[in-house]
Design a protein around this ligand. Structure first.
Ligand code: ZN
Length: 410
């Protein structure tokens, strides 16, 4: 167990790196492996020149994979060289990256465990490390991944918001719908947050080549795209639009139900889901009732039909077709005095450019919404994150499609 050569083999050390001491602490269930550098020459980490050893740094500890079920640490006073070009530098150690608190093998195993369990608390328990140490490994993995990210051409992105805590804490999320990954997140949902998001997530070249951004009709995001991505078209997401129309149908139903109730008419009592559900998901009983209500030609049914009709807009083949369709649709809800629908209609007129852009760039936020669900899972498993930065690291670690592993290890 205290065989120095055995540990040298296990650690794969060669050349001047020697195991000089193995310390067992049965009480703490720990093994400390002390390593020394037995040479008076070392390699400059900047230029690779062979230089003389100048001095040694204070002792450092790196967590390594357990040996014999004991927590195992490597201990070393790393030498510093004096390079003619670069001055005094600490040499690289073969078992860890320069700012790591753990060895390459330990980091690799921690990353595998996190990806498999998707649960930081569980992974920290199995690895017997503090949450802080695990977070440090994740943060390093994300930093590494972001620096190695290939800056491929991106044509389309999505921007969406996500609540971080109960109340009004939001984050903004930039996503790549083709790769189905999160590019970057930022704190808040104001114009400044979205501008930071775009600038941190995309290179200048990517910003210039971007064709379209899908998003809700949120003013702050629109402003940010106008400022940072003047060449890109804004496309208002169809799912957000349909949600506004659905809400307007429900508002119409509520106000009409109240009116009818005054004259003892219970036609619309408990009918909410009839107008929100897809017909194919209804029971026979629900469908029969729904059809009976339709025959009465109430405002609610008319609003529902207008909402259903609107979906046809997204099949327009040309901008002119789209304009023509919208004008007719709007005239129809005006003629029928469907006030709640008219409010949404007016909002769409105010955002007509982004509405019509869908015909040129048929993109939407479906991937962004799917990622939002995944972010929600991370939030629930993480039981809320104390800081935004911790939340950001977890999102990019699990949803960024990044190359997370240390490069030197196999
Ligand atoms: Zn040098």
């Amino acid at each position: 167990m205290k065989d120095k050569n055995l540990y040298k083999q296990i650690l794969g050390l060669s050349g001047p790196w020697e195991v000089i001491k193995v310390d067992l602490s049965i009480e703490d269930e720990e093994v400390d492996i002390e390593i020394s550098y037995k040479s008076n020459k070392g390699t400059c980490p900047e230029c690779g020149a062979q230089c003389s050893i100048y001095d040694h740094r204070d002792e450092r500890r790196w967590r390594h994979l357990d040996t014999c079920q004991m927590k195992t640490y490597l201990i070393c006073k790393t030498p510093r060289i004096k390079c003619e070009k670069h001055g005094i530098k600490t040499i690289d150690v073969p078992w860890a990256e320069s700012s790591s608190r753990a060895t390459l093998l330990f980091e690799r195993f921690a990353i595998d465990l996190l990806l498999a369990s998707k649960n930081q608390t569980k992974a920290a328990g199995i690895l017997r490390v503090s949450f802080d140490t695990l977070h440090h490994i994740m943060a390093k993995a994300v930093e590494r991944g972001l620096s190695h990210r290939e800056h491929e051409d991106i044509k389309h992105i999505g921007i969406d918001e996500k609540s971080m805590k109960k109340g009004h804490n939001y984050i903004s999320v930039l996503s790549n719908s083709k790769k189905r990954c999160v590019i970057e997140v930022s704190e808040g949902r104001a114009t400044r947050s979205a501008r930071t998001l775009i600038n941190n997530g995309l290179t200048d070249k990517q910003k210039a080549q971007l064709e379209a951004v899908s998003m809700d009709m949120w003013k702050a995001f629109i402003n940010a795209v106008h400022k940072e991505l003047p060449n890109a078209s804004i496309v208002h997401d169809k799912f957000h639009i349909i949600k506004y129309l659905n809400d307007a149908v429900d508002k119409t139903r509520r106000s009409e139900a109240r009116k009818l109730k005054k004259s003892e008419d219970k036609t619309l009592v408990k009918s909410k889901y009839l107008f929100l559900k897809n017909q194919e998901n209804m029971t026979d009983k629900q469908l029969t009732r729904f059809k009976q209500i339709q025959e009465l030609n109430l405002s609610t049914s008319q609003a529902w039909a207008a909402k259903e009709n609107f979906k046809e807009f997204f099949n327009s083949e040309t901008i002119n077709d789209g304009k023509f369709f919208f004008a007719e649709w709007y005239q129809d809800i005006m003629d029928r005095s469907l006030t709640k629908m008219i409010i949404v209609g007016k909002m769409l007129i105010a955002h007509s450019e982004g509405l019509l852009n869908y015909i040129k760039h048929p993109i939407d936020n479906s991937v962004a919404e799917w990622l939002n669900g995944k972010i929600q899972e991370i939030k629930v498993i993480g039981r809320g994150f104390r800081t935004f930065e911790n939340f950001r690291i977890a999102i990019l670690f699990f949803l960024g499609k990044l190359k997370l592993y240390p490069q030197e290890s196999q």
